[in-house]
Ligand binder design. Structure first.
Ligand SMILES: Cc1ncc(COP(=O)(O)O)c(C=O)c1O
Length: 427
């Protein structure tokens, strides 16, 4: 999303998120500040459930916590009927705290330690394994009743190279030929219920891709079923529903994506004798990305070989531009419509040259104290942040109508000091 549209509005040149003015938020909670629209998150949850369950009623929606792990957001998403995809023990704990039943949690991680596998076993969540290595280790720890494997179906997509999670270069999942062996071991070891999973890439805007990838996974499931005679209770086609970041990009047609996936199920499930499986998906970005904004204040303006606008957010709190050269749209509060723009680089305070949130970006003429809103910050924003350069992570606020609630405090030096330990001999 990159235009002023719901949950944003332009009220006499001032930017509002739902019914709260961003300058009020910045005054009250200071900057940098993450702000999320609750209504937008709820809408996205409802859109997903509506689109998929209309075509395939045995539909199980899960939210990938890694996109944004704030417990208040998890509560909102849970209350819309979602379970969770957890990538580690802490995400299992957060899912349970948000009200999920263990069977509503799919536990997918590659490279899990034994303790992490054990944690999932003890909690009774759906174990989604990444390799033969994990089922071999589970044979010693205890084999769960339900076992799923993440498959690398050798079909992949993703809007940036780093967001492609399947295919020849991927560290994730298990190849088809090994999968038969893996399910065989699980069956032999006592697993009785089975799932199959893929997560092939993130931020996919081509609705047709989801059906193509689903067909591939169903064919693999069919081959496994034929060889081993097992039935799949859950077929999880992953996340990856894309959102637009740049002007000119075309929105994902959610309805078409859902229809394509459901059609593949309706055609291939009977043909391959796959029984009566649940269709599971686990999007992250689609639910929270466009609901989130990072507010940041301009503190310096430097005219050098380029014009550098220095703000108080940086790669420590929004890593995506530095990590993937990702585009995030930016508007200036009070200057939403402008004619005489200037090309600037919006830069943070971190001592890395990759700490540039926008490069050669046409923005209105910017002055000290201006307030910028960075779009699409709800997913993989806060959750990818760090304390690099001993910078504190921002506060987070959830807006609902005219109400703005603090949902995470700004970090402070004492949080840093609480985690570090000075040996007595150095005191
Ligand atoms: C296993 C798994 N599921 C779901 C997701 C969510 O992906 P997205 O945010 O693209 O929907 C990810 C993202 O990395 C993932 O690794």
């Amino acid at each position: 999303m990159f235009t002023i549209q719901y949950p944003l509005s332009d009220r006499k040149g001032k930017l509002f998120i739902e019914d709260v003015a961003v300058d009020m938020l910045a005054k009250e909670f200071k900057t940098p500040l993450y702000v999320y629209s609750e209504s937008h998150i709820r809408k996205r949850c409802r859109d997903i459930i509506g689109a998929f369950s209309k075509h395939y009623p045995r539909f199980l929606p899960r939210y990938a916590i890694k996109a944004n792990n704030n417990p208040a957001l998890l509560r909102v998403i849970r209350s819309e009927g979602f379970g969770f995809d957890a990538s580690g023990p802490h995400e299992i704990e957060l899912s349970l705290a948000a009200g999920a039943h263990p069977s509503d949690i799919i536990y997918s991680g590659n490279n899990h330690r034994n303790e992490e596998l054990q944690f999932g076993l003890d909690k009774g969540v759906l174990m989604n394994l990444d390799d033969l290595d994990q089922i071999e280790r589970l044979k010693k720890l205890g084999v769960p009743d339900f076992v799923s494997f993440r498959i690398n179906p050798m079909i992949a997509a993703g809007d940036i190279k780093g967001l492609v999670f399947a295919g020849a270069d991927a560290k994730f999942g298990i190849l088809e030929d090994k999968a038969v062996e893996a399910y065989g071991i699980a069956k032999e070891a006592g697993a009785r219920r089975f799932g199959i999973h893929m997560m092939t890439g993130s931020c996919v805007l081509d609705s047709a891709y989801f059906a193509a990838a689903t067909e591939k996974l169903l064919m693999i499931a069919g081959a496994i079923r034929k060889k081993l005679g097992i039935t799949f209770e859950v077929i999880d086609v992953g996340g990856g529903l894309g959102v637009t970041y740049r002007p000119g990009e075309k929105d994902l047609e959610l309805e078409a994506a859902a229809r394509g996936v459901a059609e593949a199920f309706s055609r291939l499930v009977p043909e391959l004798e796959l029984g009566n499986p649940h269709l599971m998906i686990e999007p992250g970005r689609y639910i929270v990305c466009e609901a989130g904004f990072l507010l940041t204040r301009v503190h310096s303006i430097k005219q050098a070989q380029k014009r550098f606008v220095g703000v108080d957010a940086g790669m420590h709190c929004l890593l995506r531009p530095a990590l993937y050269d990702a585009y995030h749209h930016i508007v200036v509060d009070g200057k939403l419509a402008f004619r005489d723009g200037e090309k600037v680089n919006v830069v943070g305070p971190v001592c890395e040259n990759t700490d540039q949130l926008a490069k050669d970006r046409e923005l209105p003429r910017i002055g000290h104290g201006d307030l910028l809103a960075i779009f699409n910050a709800g997913a993989y924003g806060f959750s990818m942040g760090s304390n690099y350069n001993t910078r504190e992570m921002p506060a987070e606020v959830l807006v609902h109508g005219a109400v703005a609630d603090l949902i995470r405090k700004r970090e402070s030096l004492s949080d840093f000091q609480a985690m570090t330990v000075m040996p007595a001999r150095l005191q």
